[in-house]
Design a protein around this ligand. Structure first.
Ligand code: OOG
Ligand code: NI
Length: 459
């Protein structure tokens, strides 16, 4: 008998990401239109701007650009979250970061499941922003008990998915046949359901508490609510959305437009109203809106110092605006952002010299030809053109941006004020493990690139 080798978790993730994208394209036609717009825009940016094309080639990002997607889901219980962590682990995805959205009036806290090593990210950068509903924030004890009882009855994973997760954990992996089956079974958890698990009246009660509560509690599973492609020019896509029948939110979240993009800029279009059958109806006479479209542009990962500067400038602009950005104040918001971010150096050199971003270091042709390191420091090598630095791309999310995306899709009525705050400990208890500190990951990747680069030069 021959033993079948395991399929690498990175390849399982790559296949899963493709399967998810195909499912979403079939379920949400506007997603197909958005993908086309993003592909066209990326192509024209690469044709027009040879510097960007060259930079993406040297970092390898060009190869992952078309695969690049993130999705988002919301779950209701600790068991659901912990089992998701096990499901994602089969695909080489770990929980990274902790995002508390309650200060912005959204009763969830979240993490992002993603690959953590640069080589794995290169095979598939697929990630999932995963939120856990904070039921303890529902004040009415009767409603809370009802929500808990509805959630306790559902199982969001298929029997086969649970069996394959356990098998992967015990055996250390999945062979070809099992990996194929796993992708199909795992996909079921993220599917949209046209029928709810509660009556129309119960849905109304949950929704009146918070639309998000209804979205999590009233359905069979945590439907994927968006799948976001990566664009190289978000302003251009935002501009062209209306002509393609898509209405974007009022402002782009994240930093303003710059020569040297940093962190993450995002925009989205409104959730669709979709027909739903409640348990006391035989047909889809009700409706629910949860699924929306989003695009993003990624830039440099910032060091703690860079991030502190980003947060300070963002807060200053928002404080001066005095209210949440909206249709009416969008122009003023953009002007304030541009004005405050004038303080953030807008060049690779500037960011590197001030220690604001993380970098990947490469030995250049010139350096390889020259050979022999001698006593040269990294700074010497950079100055002499023997080494080149490119910013590391930001692989994570931003809490203020995420809150803006949630809100634009839930409506302004969803801005509740919660007394209780951040509770990373409770989140990690539910998750069944700690979530990884993203800054440590960037520092490690940067360090590995320095070591590889020095090794190449000393050969
Ligand atoms: C997640 C919203 C946040 C992002 O990219 O920051 C988000 C959700 O609506 O479930 O998608
Ligand atoms: Ni998103």
């Amino acid at each position: 008998m021959t033993v079948q080798p395991f399929v690498s978790p990175d390849l399982i993730r790559q296949r899963f990401s493709k399967a998810m994208s195909d499912m979403y394209r079939e379920e949400v036609p506007l997603y197909g239109a958005l993908m086309e717009l993003v592909e066209q825009t990326n192509r024209s940016v690469l044709d027009r701007d040879t510097d960007i094309a060259q930079q993406l080639k040297s970092t390898g990002e060009i190869e992952r650009l078309d695969m690049e997607r993130h999705g988002a889901i919301r779950v209701g219980t600790a068991t659901e979250l912990a089992t998701l962590a096990r499901l994602f682990a089969v695909m080489g995805m770990q929980p990274v970061g902790y995002y508390d959205l309650t200060p912005a009036g959204v009763p969830v806290h979240s993490t992002a499941f993603r690959a953590v090593h640069e080589d794995a990210l290169q095979i598939s950068p697929f990630r999932v922003f995963t939120s856990l509903l904070r039921l303890e924030l529902i004040e009415d004890p009767e409603l809370r008990a009802f929500a808990e009882s509805v959630l306790a009855k559902r199982s969001i994973f298929t029997e086969a998915a649970l069996r394959l997760i356990a098998q992967a954990e015990t055996a250390g992996g999945l062979n070809e046949v099992d990996a194929t089956e796993f992708v199909l079974q795992a996909l079921e958890t993220f599917r949209w359901h046209h029928s709810a698990t509660v009556t129309a009246a119960q849905y109304q009660t949950l929704s009146a508490q918070h639309r998000l509560v209804a979205d999590v509690v009233a359905f069979k599973g945590p439907h994927i609510n968006h799948l976001t492609p990566r664009t190289l020019d978000i302003d251009r896509v935002q501009e062209q959305m209306p002509a393609n029948g898509i209405t974007p939110k009022a402002v782009i979240e994240g930093p303003p437009r710059r020569q040297c993009p940093i962190l993450l800029r995002q925009t989205s279009f409104k959730a669709l109203d979709e027909p739903i059958a409640f348990t006391d109806q035989s047909e889809t006479r009700g409706s629910h809106s949860a699924r929306f479209g989003e695009i993003e542009q990624r830039g440099a990962a910032l060091t703690p110092k860079g991030r502190a500067l980003y947060d300070r400038l963002l807060n200053a602009a928002r404080d001066e605006l005095g209210e949440f950005p909206n249709e009416g104040n969008a122009a003023r918001y953009n002007a304030l952002m541009a004005q405050h971010f004038g303080e953030f150096p807008d060049s690779v050199e500037g960011m590197r010299e001030q220690g604001l971003a993380y970098f990947r270091y490469f030995a250049t042709e010139k350096g390889l030809v020259a050979g022999g390191l001698g006593n040269a420091s990294l700074e010497d090598l950079l100055r002499d053109g023997h080494v080149k630095a490119e910013p590391l791309v930001y692989e994570d999310f931003l809490p203020v941006s995420a809150a803006g995306i949630f809100q634009s899709n839930l409506g302004d009525a969803a801005q509740t004020h919660y007394g209780e705050h951040s509770n990373r400990q409770a989140f990690e208890k539910a998750l069944g493990r700690t979530s990884i500190d993203e800054l440590g990951l960037y520092a490690e990747t940067q360090q590995r690139s320095i070591e590889e680069c020095l090794a190449a030069l000393s050969r």
